[in-house]
Structures are given as structure tokens and as C-alpha cells.
Unconditional design. Structure first.
Lengths: 397, 249, 262
């Protein structure tokens, strides 16, 4: 308590203009920035995987399982920041007991469970099923039993069963795309439906969230693909990389257009809140929004990918551009989440003043915990690739 | 029926079993954890309302005080502070009302408490009695001159500024500073004692201001003049010019 | 050719089937939850005999009477054990000052609990007043709408309450409140707000802030009882509510409110 008061007293000195006294404490901090960031990566990675199945993009076949596993490892961690930021995490089960039907947040549990169980796990299970059974038959020790358990002790790899699996995967992918849209569009709705906050309240919010999610998800898989496959014997498949970069580019164009539309719409309508929002964007959010989100995270990667494609640059240079661009994009989209979540709480709902967000290093809502949460999906992905190797060469024909 | 069962691949049967187990588990177990009175009167725990209702009270309410302190409440009921509840100055009295012996109340005696209400602030409604503490009998506790239960000025204020501080301050930088308030406002004597029941008047004709400001008025040469016949004849002067600061632009 | 067409048709049919199945599974959680609606609302009597459904509480605030003494803020903190620090308020008082050059200065040092200080630049003030603020006890409360678990709710008498035992501390309600009326209690880590002093009003007393208001700038009452000070207040004054465009339908009514107040 003393720590919090000391923290708030310091913030009080930074407040400019008038802000309601209860607003000095900024309630949704770094953890809530990470939450939509992680779910965005999940949705994006899954949609990339779906491209392979639904639209039969052959070039991306290599990334199919990798994207699914990436989506899964990030999805497992996604609710963690939400849980940690709660005042009483031990009561979180109430969300499943007595969900308030009018609350977007209450529906999170169900959307999440649906997406995890009915879509992602099911698709991974069906896709890997045949391989798992075959692996289990030739393995020994703990790995054998893990694979046996995962295959639910079934050993049916008859042609009929495999044919069914393939059909089911296609159906799940078809359900999966709207589900991925739902998962992340819904996260956008959590913010977009808050009429009290003009920075959040927008019908575009779910759609903009979705496209930025796709951008970040594709960039993530591209990055992971480049890092992993540059170590693997087969090496990076340039066709695959180019295809991913193309999709990344198209989705970014849509995302950038949506953000521009939002910007134009807001400035053109110039509602009551425009003055304070302009002050916010020109001041406390200038670096994170204009410099990092738009310039570094959007315009530079868009420009360099376009140049790389247009001038048919040599392979090594293209690789470098894709690599740097996807890192920039990942930082940029993180900044997007930051600007939405933190930015939306920096101005007073009286539209008369601004407060400050000061990140703490230690403590549950501090920087260290957040870094831990951000890195843990990578660890999970590593473990997953051991249990369910996504490499083409271990796949059984 | 059996034929459909046969058509379902074996792995799906196993999976369905698992899914049914999870869903059934959720449906069966979750009601056990829902508080029994949840949803009785709406989407909330009904006993939460009782819990909130049982909160300990600290302010007992002004009616209780009169039960024991009748003498004070009779005096107070006739003065300007009749609507100021006892607990405003004496603090929360619930414990005192329960057990007057052990829980005693305090009465603020310094100047700082009275000035919470009576220090001059431009935002306070005009007519509310205000003083400027640093120049109003400095250092002297308010209660030496004013009885807080029946507060009255020891002498009826001569100056209007005692209550109308904001106007007095505005006026102080105006050319009208030398005009006494009563020159324009006819003020019944009782206004000083019962300010809201006996209100002062405002000039109702153009000719009133014209007494000084019309071209043919017999007044000092320096005073700005206008022709009443042609100058804004649809309005009384103060509808455009603020008389307490007429030179304001 | 024909074969191709029919298989395409079959595929399409399959797709539609899958899609409908997917849609249905989204609705299932809703059906489970809807069971509660079936339970009928009976007459509800609290232990002390108070019947919530017989009341509908509201508050009137007359701006032209408020002297900014901050006694309401002080009494509220003392009555409800609100933390003393200047970041937690169930009610607070704002000061508005309109300057000659069209600017507006608003402040509320420590929520106005120690009243206000006159500023030297006051010569430029053309108009000025105080505005007490508190939870508006909206009839259409955004905080209740967003609470994921039903920890904040509207009772039958229209008061919005928070269930201390049930609140998760997710702070969605704080984000959803357009009036900044909610805060997170620094020790219990649950959302808090004005209850209209629920423990007092069910005993027939006024909320603490109304009790101590020395100028009767705050008027509390039952909107359903025709002979109440609040209903007279509503009849005699030009009223407005805060941020009416958000359609929250507040039950805190302001008389003589300036349009700049938000």
C-alpha cells in the first residue's frame, strides 16, 4: 500500500490539466498491453496456417505445422497476463460459474475455450494423429507414452480413418478462420465497446485489431521460420519466405488503410474529445505512436518489402530485409497495443488533462514479470517441437 | 442407429468421449461452486446486499443529537446555522450517541475550521457570508465574537462587501468604485439580517443611468456620455454594460 | 461435367453444415447462462424490513448553493472508511473558473476535502462555481454491463452496489465508468464506489454527504414518493445530468449546471 501511494504521489506531479482524482492511478498496465498482443499473435499465426489448408497455398506447406504450434504455445500463455493483473486471481473461476452475458470480458473464457479446444487443439491433433501413432510404435520410454496418451491410445491409421482426419481438418480450418476472427475481433470489442472512452470506442476497433493481429502473427511465424530453418539441414526455402512476405505485405496494406481511415475519421468528425486526443498524440504518445508504430513499425517495413519485391533484390538481401522488417513489425504492433491500452488511459474522461504511466520493474505488474510472460511461449514452442516435431522430413507419407 | 455409430471413426469416438467428459464435468461441477443465493434477484449474490447494508455507521444524523442536547438545538434552530448538522463541526457521532461517556466529541476552536466555509473564494455563491481571514481580526478565534450555534455578526455589517466580496473586488478596479452600492441598489434595512427575504433592487429605467451618462446630464465633464434617444433604446443600460466593471471589454 | 457439379454441390452443403454447427456451438454457453432468467424475482425484504422494490433513490445537486467547503468529501471518507490518500474518492468537489480569454480552469486539489484556496489571478475570472461529483447511480449503468461475473449490480431500488466478496479486481468497470467515480481499493484490491450510503438509506437516513452539506446543495430522496424534497427539486429547477449523450441515464440531477462541466 505505501509503495502504491508513493508511486501515485510521484505520478501526481506529472499530471497536466485537470483529471478526475480517481483517474490518477492507471489501471490497465503493461500486462494488459501484452494480453491483446499475445492473442493477436495467435490469431495471426493460425490464419497463416489456414491459408495452407483452405486456399491450398503449396509454398507455405513448410510453415503449416510450425504456425499451428506457434499459435498453440502463445494461446496457452495468452490468459496469463490477464490472470496476473487481477486484484484477486484466486476468484477468476467465477467467470466460468456466473458469466455476465452482457460483459465482453466474461465471454472471453468461452471464446478462449472454444478456440483452444475446438479449433486449435483439434486441428493439431487430427493433423498429427497418424504421425504420432507411427512415432509411438517405434519409440521407447517416456516419449512413447506421451505420444500414446496424446493419440488417446488409438492406433487406427486405416485409410478410412486418415481420410476422415483430412476432411475434418478442412472443416475445422473453415470454422477456425471465423473463430480466429472472433477471438481477436472480440479482444478489440473489449476496448471498442467502452463508450466512456473515445480513444477506444470505435466500430473499427475489432477489425483493426484483427488485421494488426494478422500482421503480427505472420511476422512472428516468418521470424521463427527464418531463425529455425537457418539452423536446420534443409535451410530456408526462399519460395516459402517470399510467399509469407507477400502475404505480410498485403495484410499490412489493409491494416495501414484501416488505421489511416480511423485517423481521418476521427480528425474529420472532430468530436468533443479531439483536443485532448490531439494533445495526447502530439505529446505523450508521439514517440510510441508516430515514430515507433507508424514510421518504424509500418511505413519502413512496407517500403522495404515493396522495394525488395519490386527490384528483385538478391536472396541474401531479401532475407535481411524480411528479417529486419518482421522484427520492426513485431515491435510496431506491440507499440500499437501499447498506444491503445495505455494511451486510452492517459487522458482524463473529463477531456481536460493527462496523467502519466510509470512502469515498475519489480512486482507482479512490473517489467520483469512481463518479460517472463512474453518469453515463455518461446519456451513452450521449444518443448512442443520436441514432442510434436513440425519438420517436413519426419512427416509420414 | 447402429449403422451411424459404425460409421464414426474410432479416434473420433475416443475424442468425443473426452469432450463429453470435459463438458459434462463443467456442467455438473460448476453449479456446486455457484453461491446458492446467486441470481435470486438478478445477476448477483443476494446476500451481498445484506453485507453492504450491515456496514457500520459513523454519522448518526442530526435528529439524534437533539434528544440529549435540546438546549443547543433550540438555540441553533433559530440561527443561520439551523441547517448545518451538528456533525459537520463536531465530527461523526455514532459512537458518542451509543455511549456518551466514553466517546467524546471535539469542537473545532481555531480559525481554520470556520474558514473552510467562510473564507472568501470567488467561486462561492454571491451573498454567502465570507471574510478574508488574513485581514479579518487576525489571530482572533472566530468563536470569541461569533457564537457558532447562533452565528451573527457582533455588529450588523456596514459594508456590503462583507457578503458581496466578489462584487466588491470587481468594483475596486472600476470607475464606479466611488459610488456607494446604495446609489443604485435600494436596500431594505432588513436585508442585512434576512438577506434572502429582503432583496435589494436594481435600476429599472434607462433614465437612471442617464442621470450621469446622458448628453444633457449635469455631471462631471470626464464622464462618458451617450444620447439616450439613439443609443440602444430597447435595453436597460445594465443589460449590456456590467455596472460593477463598465469598462470591461 | 455433371459429376463435377454434384460433388461441388456436396462440398457446399458440407460447408454449410459445418458452418451451422460452428454457429450453434457459439450459442451454447448463452443457453446455459439463460437458465437463471427462468428463476422468478420474488418480493425481496432485507433483514431490517426494508423492501428494495418500493424505492427508487436519486440525488439532486444545486450548483448555485455549493460553497466548496468539502465537508461532503470529508464525511464520505469518514463514513465509508475510504482511504485518506488523494487518489481514492467516492465523492469529490471540482472548482470551475471561467477566464476572460475564454479559457476554463478546473481543479480539485485533494478532491476538495480541505476546501479551496483563492488564487491571485482571480481578477480575470468572469464566472466561477463548484461542482460536487459522485457516482451517478445510472439507470443504464455501463459498469454493470461490463462486469464479467456479476460483482457489481443494480438493486431493485436503483442503487449500484459492489459485492466485495465476488469482485475479481479486473477493473473493467473502472474503465467503463464515464464519470471517474470508481477506484480500486489499495488494500482490498476490489473496485469501490459510492453506494448512496446504502447502510444509511435503508434505515431512513440521508447519505453522509447530504447529512453534512451545510447549504443543502445536495438533496437526497425517493423518486417514487411525490411529496419528497427531491421531487420538488426536480419540479422547481432546470435540470441536467452529466454526459447525457452517453445514455447512461444518471439519477444524480444537477440544477444550474454549466455546459462546460463534464
Amino acid at each position: 500500500m505505501e509503495e502504491l501511494i508513493y508511486h501515485l504521489t510521484n505520478i501526481l506531479k506529472e499530471v497536466s490539466g485537470y483529471i478526475y482524482p480517481n483517474e490518477i492511478e492507471l489501471h490497465w498496465g503493461l500486462l494488459i498491453v501484452i494480453y491483446p498482443y499475445l492473442t493477436g499473435l495467435v490469431a495471426g499465426a493460425f490464419i497463416l496456417a489456414s491459408l495452407v489448408k483452405v486456399f491450398n497455398v503449396k509454398e507455405l506447406q513448410q510453415t503449416y505445422r510450425l504456425s499451428l504450434l506457434t499459435a498453440l504455445s502463445f494461446l496457452i500463455i495468452a490468459p496469463l497476463p490477464l490472470l496476473v493483473h487481477l486484484g484477486h486471481p484466486e476468484k477468476s473461476f467465477e467467470i466460468f460459474l456466473t458469466p455476465n452475458k452482457s460483459s465482453a470480458m466474461a465471454m472471453f473464457g468461452f471464446v478462449y475455450a472454444w478456440y483452444l479446444m475446438a479449433v486449435l487443439l483439434l486441428e493439431i491433433w487430427l493433423d498429427y494423429r497418424k504421425d504420432i501413432i507411427i512415432w509411438a510404435s517405434s519409440e521407447k520410454g517416456i516419449k512413447k507414452w506421451i505420444h500414446k496418451l496424446v493419440s488417446l491410445f488409438s492406433s487406427d491409421i486405416s485409410e478410412r480413418a486418415i481420410k476422415f482426419d483430412k476432411k475434418a481438418i478442412k472443416a475445422i480450418t473453415i470454422i477456425g478462420i471465423p473463430s480466429a476472427f472472433l477471438l481477436h475481433g472480440y479482444v478489440g470489442f473489449i476496448f471498442g465497446s467502452i463508450k466512456a472512452n473515445p480513444w477506444w470506442s470505435s466500430v473499427l476497433m475489432p477489425i483493426a485489431f484483427l488485421f494488426s493481429a494478422m500482421v503480427s502473427g505472420i511476422a512472428l511465424v516468418l521470424l521463427i521460420y527464418m531463425v529455425i530453418y537457418s539452423w536446420r539441414p534443409k535451410g530456408i526455402n526462399m519460395q516459402c519466405l517470399d510467399k509469407m512476405a507477400s502475404y505480410l505485405f498485403y495484410v499490412m496494406i489493409v491494416d495501414f488503410s484501416l488505421e489511416t481511415l480511423d485517423f481521418i475519421h476521427r480528425t474529420y468528425e472532430a468530436e468533443e474529445s479531439i483536443k485532448i486526443l490531439a494533445e495526447l498524440v502530439g505529446g505523450k504518445l508521439f514517440v510510441s505512436l508516430v515514430v515507433i508504430q507508424v514510421l518504424l513499425g509500418m511505413i519502413i517495413p512496407l517500403g522495404s518489402i515493396a522495394t525488395a519485391k519490386l527490384f528483385k533484390m538478391p536472396e541474401e538481401l531479401r532475407k535481411l530485409i524480411y528479417f529486419v522488417s518482421s522484427i520492426l513489425i513485431l515491435i510496431g504492433i506491440f507499440s500499437t497495443r501499447w498506444n491503445i491500452v495505455i494511451g486510452g488511459q492517459l487522458f482524463s474522461k473529463s477531456f481536460r488533462g493527462l496523467t502519466e504511466y510509470k512502469m515498475t520493474i519489480f512486482g507482479l505488474e512490473g517489467l520483469l514479470v512481463s518479460i517472463g510472460i512474453m518469453l515463455s511461449p518461446i519456451l513452450i514452442l521449444y518443448v512442443l517441437t520436441k514432442i510434436l516435431p513440425p519438420w517436413e522430413e519426419v512427416r509420414n507419407p | 442407429m447402429l449403422s451411424i455409430w459404425k460409421k464414426i471413426p474410432e479416434q473420433i469416438k475416443r475424442l468425443s468421449f473426452l469432450v463429453i467428459l470435459i463438458v459434462a464435468g463443467y456442467l455438473l461441477i460448476s453449479p456446486l461452486f455457484i453461491p446458492p443465493d446467486f441470481g435470486k434477484y438478478g445477476h448477483f449474490r443476494a446476500s451481498a446486499v445484506e453485507e453492504i447494508a450491515s456496514q457500520q455507521m459513523n454519522y448518526v444524523g442530526h435528529e439524534i443529537c437533539a434528544n440529549c442536547h435540546e438546549d443547543v438545538s433550540v438555540i441553533k434552530s433559530k440561527g443561520y446555522h439551523k441547517n448545518v448538522a451538528c456533525e459537520v463541526c463536531h465530527g461523526p457521532a455514532f459512537l458518542h450517541a451509543e455511549d456518551p461517556g466514553s466517546a467524546t466529541l471535539e469542537a473545532p476552536r481555531g480559525r481554520s475550521y470556520c474558514t473552510l466555509c467562510h473564507e472568501y473564494l470567488p467561486s462561492r455563491p454571491t451573498g454567502f457570508p465570507q471574510i478574508v481571514a488574513i485581514s479579518h481580526n487576525p489571530m482572533k478565534p472566530c468563536i470569541t465574537c461569533h457564537d457558532p450555534h447562533k452565528p451573527e455578526p457582533p455588529v450588523t455589517p456596514k459594508e456590503c462587501s462583507a457578503c458581496h466580496a466578489t462584487i466588491a473586488r470587481t468594483l475596486s478596479i472600476s470607475y464606479h468604485i466611488y459610488l456607494p452600492c446604495t446609489r443604485c441598489h435600494e436596500t431594505p434595512e432588513k436585508h442585512k439580517i434576512n438577506p434572502r427575504e429582503f432583496t435589494p433592487s436594481k435600476p429599472s429605467t434607462r433614465e437612471f443611468c442617464g442621470g450621469c451618462h446622458s448628453i444633457d446630464a449635469k455631471s462631471d465633464k470626464g464622464i462618458p456620455r451617450i444620447d439616450l434617444a439613439t443609443h440602444g433604446h430597447r435595453y436597460v443600460c445594465w443589460q449590456c454594460h456590467y455596472p460593477h466593471l463598465p469598462e470591461a471589454k | 461435367m455433371r459429376n463435377n457439379e454434384s460433388s461441388e454441390k456436396q462440398n457446399r452443403r458440407k460447408f454449410i453444415q459445418h458452418f451451422l454447427f460452428a454457429c450453434a456451438s457459439f450459442i451454447i454457453p448463452g443457453i446455459i447462462g439463460a437458465q437463471e432468467l427462468v428463476r422468478k424475482v420474488g418480493t425481496w425484504v432485507l433483514k431490517n424490513g426494508y423492501v428494495p422494490s418500493e424505492h427508487h433513490w436519486g440525488m439532486g445537486i444545486d450548483i448555485s448553493k455549493c460553497i466548496g467547503c468539502g465537508r461532503c468529501v470529508d464525511a464520505c471518507k469518514k463514513e465509508n472508511n475510504v482511504p485518506k490518500e488523494p487518489f481514492f474518492f467516492r465523492t469529490w468537489v471540482e472548482q470551475y473558473r471561467f477566464l476572460e480569454n475564454d479559457g476554463v480552469v478546473v481543479d480539485s486539489p485533494n478532491g476538495g476535502i480541505n476546501s479551496f484556496k483563492a488564487e491571485t489571478s482571480e481578477k480575470n475570472i468572469i464566472r466561477s462555481f463548484f461542482v460536487p461529483k459522485l457516482c451517478n447511480q445510472c439507470d443504464n449503468p455501463p459498469c454493470v454491463q461490463v462486469c464479467p461475473v456479476g460483482a457489481t449490480f443494480k438493486t431493485a431500488d436503483g442503487v449500484i452496489l459492489v459485492d466485495k466478496e465476488y469482485c475479481l479486481g479486473c477493473r473493467y468497470c473502472i474503465q467503463a465508468c464515464p464519470y471517474g467515480a470508481r477506484f480500486l481499493h489499495p488494500e482490498t484490491r476490489i473496485a469501490e464506489k459510492c453506494t448512496f450510503c446504502y447502510h444509511r438509506i435503508i434505515e431512513g437516513l440521508d447519505p453522509a454527504c447530504v447529512e453534512v452539506c451545510p447549504t443543502q446543495a445536495r438533496i437526497f430522496g425517493d423518486l417514487t414518493h411525490k411529496a419528497s424534497p427531491l421531487v420538488r427539486f426536480k419540479r422547481m429547477n432546470n435540470l441536467s445530468v452529466l454526459k447525457p449523450s452517453l445514455n447512461t441515464e444518471p439519477k444524480v440531477y444537477y440544477a444550474n449546471l454549466d455546459g462546460e462541466v463534464r
